[in-house]
Design a protein around this ligand. Structure first.
Ligand SMILES: Nc1nc2c(ncn2[C@@H]2O[C@H](COP(=O)(O)OP(=O)(O)OP(=O)(O)O)[C@@H](O)[C@H]2O)c(=O)[nH]1
Ligand SMILES: [Zn+2]
Length: 499
């Protein structure tokens, strides 16, 4: 038996011992020390096999079952592929090969702030200063493309001509580590600013992209036909109501100390909860307290800007703004059980009019389906509502019965995008949500007028939702119904409808 095989066997035995004495902290520490001493004597497996203890966690990365059975470098003949190379379950600060690129979150100088580095390729792995993966939830499709070899592991993006279509910032907010904690303020310029790092072979990717387009919505064509919206050839391009828009796509990028502070929890609690509740997917949340940035596997956001993007941050002109959270069933497919699509379209129309009047109009669309509870939970709630009597007085209770809470959107992180856009005041806030309002003003951004959805845009079946929301604290210029009155507001029953 080679020394490596011998060591591997020893590690397995020690692991068994460790598992059996997990609750005896002293014995556990001794066992861990023994393993680490042995591991450190083996240069080849130093980065691979390591054991650490926290209050209740033991991480061990044994030899990959996919490997060729050998752990000695001399025995490895063929070039390892991503699925046959040694598995690195986790890393630790200060270990050999671990040398993160400096990251000073909130530094005013982009180069001093440092790039977000999260790739796990051979030249990038040791230089990472972020946990997670690019692409938010799409990182899983990226994994599939690599597993099936549709995507080559050494593919590097060619960023030629991908730069933003307009200039944005930098604003003072970009260098306030408390104001922007959920996105990378330099994310759109990463390929340009950190070109020398990319040229060295480090995998650095943008987390923001800025483009421009035309968009066509049938409702806005009707607005043009009805004379509510004028064609100006610039923002409303033609009689079809086509709109010229500048769009910003933003991936989430969390600075963990700042996110924890926003929610009033300590960083350790946040890290532990993220680790545990993603099926232990990101052990470095625990083992790498030196890494402060996390690219979470969640949806991002899109900014739709009408008119000159430079006007968004110009305090001397008016800004109309809608923050909208995704409701696929209504936004795209026209479901009439809620006010989402009508409010979204009202928001777009008002934003366009503001831009036509020389101001700025902005709609920001967040991927937070079903109040971030997801569409499955939402449909379960719909069933529970429609199988009973769908009363406004019961509206939130039905969601709470199933999800435990009525909302998981955590609007506290939402204003980051406003800071990034340089917005310091909103003249017309096209939303009734008290949660959005409070999140924004708590960040020091002023809100002038709050504009509810016009009554004639509310579909009949969504009266239940809107009245329940108003009762729960949503802004209204009308009457707040009592609980008794709320119980008389009822939605359509299934049996009333021909399916
Ligand atoms: N769970 C659940 N989510 C819903 C239901 N109806 C709508 N939603 C979701 O609620 C969210 C509504 O977001 P927005 O359109 O931004 O509206 P809002 O935050 O309620 O407030 P306003 O800005 O006043 O429109 C979306 O994520 C919808 O998918 C429902 O019955 N159950
Ligand atoms: Zn909806």
């Amino acid at each position: 038996m080679s020394e490596s095989e011998n060591t591997h066997q020893l590690l397995q035995q020690l692991l068994t011992v460790v598992s059996s004495i997990q609750h005896d902290q002293k014995a556990l520490t001794a066992a861990v020390d023994a393993i680490n001493t042995r591991v450190n004597s083996l240069s080849d497996v130093k980065e691979v096999t390591s054991v650490a203890t926290s209050s209740s966690t033991v991480f061990v990365a044994p030899q990959s079952p996919l490997d060729d059975g050998s752990i000695s470098s001399s025995a490895v003949q063929k070039k390892p592929t991503p699925s046959t190379s040694k598995i690195i379950l986790t890393t630790y600060p200060g270990r050999m090969g671990i040398d993160p690129l400096p990251m000073v979150w909130g530094h005013a100088n982009a180069k001093e702030r440092g790039p977000v580095v999260v790739g796990r390729g051979p030249q990038t792995h040791g230089r990472r200063n972020a946990i997670g993966a690019h692409g938010g939830s799409y990182s899983i499709y990226h994994a599939l493309a690599l597993a099936t070899q549709e995507l080559s592991a050494d593919h590097r993006p060619d960023f030629t001509n991908t730069e933003p279509v307009c200039n944005i910032g930098p604003f003072p907010q970009w260098s306030d580590p408390k104001k922007i904690v959920a996105m990378d303020p330099w994310g759109h310029l990463a390929p340009e600013i950190f070109k020398s790092n990319i040229d060295e072979g480090i995998d650095i990717r943008p987390t923001i992209a800025v483009t421009k387009a035309h968009m066509h919505l049938p409702e806005l064509e009707h607005s043009v036909k009805a004379g509510r919206l004028k064609v100006d050839g610039d923002i409303v391009v033609n009689e079809l109501g086509e709109l010229a828009v500048t769009k910003f796509a933003v991936e989430p990028c969390w600075y963990l100390p700042g996110v924890a502070e926003r929610f009033g929890v300590d960083e350790g609690t946040l890290r532990r909860s993220l680790f545990e509740n993603t099926g232990g997917s990101f052990p470095e949340l625990i083992t790498r307290p030196d890494i402060k940035v996390f690219l979470p596997p969640i949806g991002g956001l899109t900014v739709y800007c009408f008119g000159d993007p430079a006007k968004m941050s110009d305090r001397s002109v008016k800004l109309s703004l809608r923050i909208h959270d995704e409701c696929n069933g209504s936004d795209v497919f026209g479901s009439d059980i809620c006010t989402c699509r009508p409010y979204l379209l009202f928001g777009i129309e008002e934003a366009v009019k503001e831009a036509q009047n020389g101001g700025s109009g902005v709609v920001i669309y967040f991927r937070k389906e079903g109040r971030a509870l997801g569409e499955v939970t939402k449909y379960l709630v719909y069933n529970a509502r429609k199988r009973g009597i769908d009363r406004a007085s019961e509206y939130f209770k039905r969601t709470e019965n199933i999800a435990g809470v009525k909302d998981m959107r955590f609007q506290a992180l939402m204003p980051d995008i406003l800071h990034w856009l340089g917005i310091t005041k909103i003249d017309r806030m096209l939303s009734m949500s008290n949660m959005k309002y409070e999140a924004i003003v708590n960040q020091g951004i002023e809100i002038g007028e709050r504009v509810p959805i016009p009554d004639d845009m509310i579909p009949a079946d969504s009266r239940v939702e809107i009245d329940a929301k108003i009762h729960a604290g949503y802004f209204t210029t009308g009457k707040v119904l009592t609980m008794e009155e709320l119980s008389t507001v009822q939605g359509r029953a299934w049996e009333d409808v021909d399916h």
